[in-house]
Design a protein around this ligand. Structure first.
Ligand code: AMP
Length: 283
């Protein structure tokens, strides 16, 4: 595996690959890699000649300084995992390389970012749009892989790629979970053993809400049940939002017409660790 910290050197290498008609698959990450990331790499490996992974904890997408400071950074371990899992090229720039000057450009994604993560993390998707578009310009991949774990992010990136005519295909990859249902996340590393158990509430209520909705309980009833469940949860476990939304527009749904269109999304805290999860109504 080749490792680059500098944009110019990475570009030169990838240009030589493109000249020999190699297809480039790209997996952008913030590191602290787990099986969820490796599933993106595996998909990229299958569908491309060259697999590029980036690791960059992007300051412009954090609206909470503590979250940014506490974000796990374990580059040496990540490198070993990538080597063992078929990554050809690692791009690991520092903030100075990515943002030599304060970026002026802001992104807005309209209704898509007025809900859920966008509503609770002001500026987050502008930062995501900025870093992902910079990475797309730098890597110029044929295909880019994103997890359904960050479902709203996936929708926003699809929109950005369409509206800005990036010549690449966006591939969404299903959520990878621990055996007990917890969605894998780099932030899980920050949970104590007790918090790790408590964090199961998110996947558990999603599954139960899914079953209740498929059993014809109303959206209103399920939302009330879920809010009550969190009220009864241990101290430190907090619901930030639970949404029943259209899978394309992310608009909140009050009456389910076609179950195939529906996604359930949740976010909250266990201690000071913020977690998100989601499930399609029909998976
Ligand atoms: P991150 O390093 O958290 O920015 O994530 C990098 C990419 O991995 C994003 O496209 C995420 O959606 C994806 N990802 C993170 N966790 C998972 C998971 N449990 N299953 C599938 N994809 C994931």
């Amino acid at each position: 595996m080749l490792k680059f910290n500098q944009i110019d050197a990475l570009r030169q290498h990838l240009e030589s690959q493109r000249l020999t008609a190699k297809r480039i698959g790209f997996v952008p990450t913030m590191g602290a890699l787990h099986q969820g990331h490796l599933s993106l790499i595996a998909n990229a490996r299958q569908e491309n000649d060259v697999v590029v992974c980036s690791i960059f904890v992007n300051p412009t997408q954090f609206n909470n300084q503590e979250d940014f400071d506490q974000y796990p950074r374990i580059l040496k371990e990540d490198e070993e995992l990538l080597k063992a899992n078929g990554c050809d090229v690692l791009f690991a720039p520092d903030a100075q390389e990515m943002y030599p000057e304060k970026p002026l450009i802001k992104f807005e994604f309209g209704e898509l970012e007025r809900v859920m993560e966008g509503a609770h993390r002001p500026g987050h998707f502008s930062g995501v749009g900025l870093v992902v578009s910079k990475l797309f310009h730098i890597v110029q991949p044929h295909r880019a892989y994103f997890g359904e774990k960050d479902y709203q992010q996936l929708c926003i990136i699809r929109q950005m790629v369409t509206q800005l005519n990036f010549p690449l295909e966006v591939i969404g990859v299903p959520i990878v979970r621990e055996a007990d249902g917890l969605a894998m996340s780099s932030r899980n590393k920050r949970l104590s053993a007790e918090e790790r158990q408590q964090a199961l509430i998110f996947s558990k209520v999603l599954r139960e809400a899914q079953a209740a909705l498929l059993n014809k309980q109303s959206v209103q009833e399920v939302k009330e049940w879920l809010a009550k469940t969190f009220e009864a949860a241990p101290e430190g476990v907090q619901l930030e939002y639970f949404e029943i939304a259209h899978r394309n527009t992310l608009a909140s749904i009050s009456v389910i017409e076609d179950p195939n269109d529906v996604i359930l999304c949740i976010a909250g805290f266990v201690g000071n660790v913020r977690l998100i999860d989601n499930m399609f109504l029909i998976s």
